[in-house]
Design a protein around this ligand. Structure first.
Ligand SMILES: [Zn+2]
Length: 272
């Protein structure tokens, strides 16, 4: 899931230009054996001067160093040819259900490499969650993390309403999600596979997810608020569902229009 940052319009145009330079390959890899699921190296412009969609040149040294510690630069220091691109909406692979991974496969070099790639891709984007189908791999793996640094870029009243708290990196294999309680929450949501857009999506306020960690051991995660939303968003990807499949359609808008009033008759944001 995408971090909710507001991108200035001048940066949006840069972002569009950058996309024009980055030719996405066809990622319909769902029928390929895993060993063929790597994406070819894609030529990018030499300088990526947005970090977390904040212009790097406008950041203080202290901010920049905290970004480094948050891992935001890891993608820049790693050879780009090692990292797969994010599959964008429009590719049918995003609507295919992912497959379970046999527990004896989890420790394999192949699966561990996929997990490592996913973590690096998520941090480089940057995002707060990523599902394996988003790098063209139809397996049930999700990664997620949210940091103080990311959260501090959003208005405090917004993150309070979203019940958004930082949490350490989570890797969950074969996750199974169940809702807890009957409350739901309605907030704007974005996705790394749907660049530049947001929409209101209703999610359970509180969930429980069981699955396996990257070491193959069972894990159970109880989550509320924004973390619960990220878990639902990423688990949806494993079912072949993108947020646009369950958004309130009339609220779909570009990031720069995020603060404009909702159309009349739309439900109100917040816990329902
Ligand atoms: Zn997504």
């Amino acid at each position: 899931m995408e971090s909710i940052f507001r991108l200035p319009s001048w940066l949006l145009s840069l972002s569009t230009t950058r996309r024009a330079f980055t030719k996405n390959p066809h990622h319909n890899t769902s029928k390929l054996p895993l060993c063929n699921l790597r994406h070819p190296f894609l030529k990018r412009p030499p300088l990526d001067f947005t970090v977390g969609k904040i212009p790097l040149l406008l950041q203080s040294t202290r901010e920049a160093s905290s970004l480094v510690s948050a891992g935001w630069f890891q993608g820049l220091t790693q050879k780009k040819m090692d990292l797969p691109d994010i599959v964008k909406a429009g590719d049918p692979v995003l609507h295919e259900p992912a497959l379970d991974i046999a527990s004896e496969e989890i420790g394999s070099e192949k699966i561990q490499k996929i997990i490592e790639d996913m973590i690096q891709v998520m941090r480089k984007a940057p995002g707060v969650g990523l599902a394996a189908p988003q790098i063209g791999i139809p397996l049930k793996i999700i990664v997620l993390e949210d940091t103080e640094t990311y959260i501090n870029y959003a208005p405090k009243e917004e993150t309070n309403a979203q019940q958004r708290e930082p949490f350490d990196l989570l890797v969950i294999i074969n996750p199974k999600l169940t809702k807890k309680g009957n409350k739901s929450a309605l907030f704007f949501e974005g996705c790394l596979s749907v660049d530049g857009f947001r929409a209101l999506v209703e999610r359970y306020l509180e969930v429980e997810v069981i699955g396996l960690g990257r070491d193959g051991c069972p894990i159970k995660v109880n989550a509320i608020g924004w973390k619960a939303r990220i878990l639902q968003h990423e688990c949806d990807h494993l079912d072949g569902t993108i947020y646009v499949d369950k958004m309130v359609p009339r609220t779909f808008r570009t990031v720069e229009n995020l603060d404009l009033p909702l159309p009349s008759g739309c439900p109100k944001l917040g816990v329902q």
